[in-house]
Ligand binder design. Structure first.
Ligand code: PLP
Length: 456
């Protein structure tokens, strides 16, 4: 299994051929899920005592299984938050795996962690946070948000009176589902500012004013969103930061999706105030063209994160020895053993330069604005609100929720596009609407028109 033989050589050729073919294919087939029983029937037993052979297993994956997946970088995949990793980043993901580096501690991963830190410095520079701010790459936005919440709560619990209290954080309805999910993990309560739209400082203040003293004493953090997942809305970060400062609350900005837009001059002003955050989540696997998985958490004061996350154990003592000193990513987030998941971003950034990243992010915003114009020019369609970052919400007049659902399935089955409905809060309740999210700079005006034509 670990020896180099002819089977390995053949498998290597198969894998490289497949990888080259896949990353040079800019219109991959839009696969769709199939029932597990159907897949089982087609591939049979794959795990057996003597193995089915590399060639056989690879053929099953290439000819059957991968076709039951959706390529996230398809130019007409505009659902959820799609992705479009650069070819350089994907290739370097292969290199990252081939290099077998443990990314938790400098002692083992120094050269790779150095690369990650170079990329991280650029990310931090986009935020405008002061000298000393720094971060680490995580498995994604959820893990980054969780790492920040743990740090915030541990910091709050340094005050003796807070040690036996259940913590509580305030966020808005528009915040991503992972905020509530991660609050559950740390057993914190979540209070919601009732808006799907931009969370203003006034709305936050009103929420705070409505709390009784004992609840307010449990609040340790406010989570604002830098680009809501649904509509690309950036909260009033400046105003919210002032309230947090006044009340000594941890200010976290979840820019998992929108963080890439910090690179875009056209919308950078929307994020004013982000530099005052105590922590920021940015997912390079969303709008900074990294392959899955790559999130990032940045702290204003990384020492607070270290105090919260650094692990102790006799087997880990060596990492604290002066002879092994260096930056240890595991000290700053929830995970110990970790892949060097920032390496593909580093390589792609180093290869292409930051200007191309700026351009590619601006292209997503341009596509959203273009889609907005095309939608407005069609009598059967109507924008719900102006495009936010690279998200567009719109309605097909007279369609019911079922019509939107059927539209999704019909387009997907026909291999035209993956576009899914969402909801938008109105005075009457929640309206089902159509939604586009643009990430892939290779999406064209024609792609948008083709999809809009399916709504006629
Ligand atoms: C704003 C926001 N925060 C957090 C997340 C969760 O990120 P992940 O799926 O990488 O855990 C998402 C995912 O879409 C998001 O849009």
């Amino acid at each position: 299994m670990h020896s180099v033989d002819i089977e390995l050589v053949e498998m290597t050729l198969d894998v490289m051929k497949y990888a080259i073919h896949r990353i040079t294919n800019d219109a991959p087939e839009l696969g769709a899920p199939r029932k597990e029983e159907e897949l089982k029937e087609q591939v049979g037993e794959t795990i057996t005592p003597s193995g089915i052979g590399g060639e056989n297993a690879f053929n099953l994956f290439r000819d059957v299984l991968v076709k039951a997946t959706v390529p996230i970088d398809h130019p007409r995949h505009l659902a959820f938050v799609p992705a479009a990793p650069t070819r350089a980043a994907i290739m370097f993901d292969l290199v990252t795996s081939a290099s077998s580096i443990h990314g938790a501690y400098w002692m083992e991963g120094a050269g790779g962690i150095f690369c990650e830190n170079e990329a991280m410095r650029w990310l931090v520079s986009l935020t405008g946070m002061p000298e000393g701010a720094f971060g680490v790459f995580t498995s994604g936005g959820s893990a980054a948000n969780l790492s920040a919440m743990v740090t915030a709560r541990e910091y709050w619990r340094r005050t003796k009176d807070n040690q036996n209290k259940k913590g509580c954080l305030i966020t808005s309805v528009g915040a991503h589902s992972s905020i509530k999910a991660m609050a559950k993990v740390i057993d914190a309560d979540v209070l919601l500012v009732e808006t799907d739209d931009l969370m203003t400082a006034e709305a936050l203040q009103e929420k705070i004013d409505s709390l009784d003293k004992s609840t307010m004493e449990r609040v340790f953090a406010v989570v604002a969103t830098g680009g809501t997942t649904n509509a690309g809305i950036v909260d009033d970060l400046n105003g919210i930061s002032k309230i947090c400062k006044k009340l000594k609350l941890w200010f976290h900005v979840d820019a998992a999706y929108g963080g890439g837009a910090l690179a875009a001059d056209s919308v950078r002003h929307l994020f004013n105030g982000i530099e005052k955050a105590n922590s920021i989540t940015i997912d390079p696997h969303k709008w900074l063209f990294s392959p899955y998985d790559c999130g990032a958490i940045i702290y204003r004061d990384p020492e607070l994160a270290k105090a919260a996350h650094s692990q102790e154990g006799s087997y880990l003592d060596i990492f604290k020895d002066p002879g092994a000193q260096g930056f240890n990513p595991s000290d700053y987030q929830i995970q110990l053993t970790r892949r060097l998941r920032g390496l593909p971003l580093w390589f792609s950034l180093a290869m292409h330069g930051t200007d191309k990243y700026k351009w590619a992010v601006e292209r997503g915003i341009e596509l959203a604005n273009l889609a907005g114009e095309l939608i407005s020019s069609r009598p059967e369609l109507e924008l719900i609100r102006p495009p936010g970052l690279s998200c567009v919400l719109f309605r097909r007049k007279s369609w019911s929720a079922d019509d939107y659902k059927n539209w999704t399935y019909t387009n997907h089955r026909a291999g035209i596009a993956l576009v899914t409905p969402s909801k938008w809060k109105t005075k009457e309740g929640f309206e089902t609407v159509a939604r586009f999210c643009f990430i892939n700079p290779d999406t064209t005006e024609e792609d948008i028109q083709v999809i809009l034509d399916t709504m006629e």
